[in-house]
Design a protein around this ligand. Sequence first.
Ligand code: MCF
Ligand code: FE
Length: 409
Amino acid sequence: MKILSASWVITCDANSTIIKDGAIVYDKTIIEIASKEIIQEKYKNIEIEDLGENSVLMPGLINSHVHLEFSSNNTTLKYGNFMLWLNSVIKNRETLIEKANTNLISKKLAKMKKTGTTTIGAISSYGLEIEACLNSSINTVFFNEVIGSKAEMIDNLFADFKARLNTSKKNKNKNFIPAIAIHSPYSVHPILIRETLKIAKEENLSVSAHFLESPEEFEWLHKDEGGFLEFFKNFLGQEKAVTKPMEFLEQFKNLNTLSFTHCVEASENDLEKIKELGAIINHCPTSNRFLNNNKLDLSKLINKEIPFSIGTDGLSSNNSLSMFDELRNALMVHENINIIELSKILIKAATKNGSDSLGLNKGVLEKDKDADIICIKLPDMVEDEEDLYMSVILHTKFVEKTIIGGLDD
Ligand code: MCF
Ligand code: FE
């Protein structure tokens, strides 16, 4: 059993409780949280590690959507338009993947940890980042991706998917959890969707899918037109989209943990359906800005009470995998929402909602939750509690201390 105390404890619980001069008692999970005074009195024989002036304890950040296999990209891929990006991915994929070896990915994971991330939802196209994830103390939900819209390819693609899923299942442990990703409504054949979702239900695996990220995707799925038409004709000899957006969503019923990434171009009906399915939206603001010059209408989600989490996406569509960088970008992008209000919403999105997106028992500092905790030092004193979320987002580049599953890292 250990006890930490700090100037502030941000719990991210249902009441958004913040404790001034608070303390946390924990082992693998959290045992108790209260003011330092109360904890001192109650646990007289245990030494309290005090983190000092202007310190903050909060749940470790959860990056609910990241493609580590694309970690070698810096200046190779094209930004500004989804079709340009996609064509540049197809052209450079082999070279990028080859450069992203275990060593490089391990370095990226180490940096992610220093920048506050304790859990990731890793979208894996090939299974090449598995070793780096297994070697890291960061918790990983490992989403094996299925992709391919050509009927003739279904058998091969499904066999390959099952082989990768099995490898991840063999390596399952308390901080490495196998899951399933369906790439998108435009890129996965309905039979593959049906069969992979069948496995997800039978084995109670978390599921995630990209959904309506670009205007081109919207046009293609609804009208079989736009930038995707030429792309599909050239690469796959296909002139019609395989699934309409609502038909796609309808297939995701009865799953325990479900998330859709991006959803920038989703209609009101799509959003209502996403809510009805009990899904979380993985919001990747930097990626949306880079690839599509667009942004998710967060006010709409907030009004409709549709939960969202935060993901960096990969270095294929971001210049950083730091969640604090991503949160700062989110603050700047969503300029229509008051910065104090938005900061609070974003911290909850990056903790509690991230945990829900991945189907975990984390993201909140309360009794019986996993003890995944980060410690931050603010440069100066924060006077008003209401400014704390914003100050943490604006001023944190690296964390002072990381605890994952109760262990010091
Ligand atoms: O989320 C971004 C943009 N949208 C779609 N896919 C990806 C993103 N970042 C990486 N990807 C991957 C995806 O998993 O790109 C590959 C897929 O394997 C190529 S899509 C033909
Ligand atoms: Fe993605």
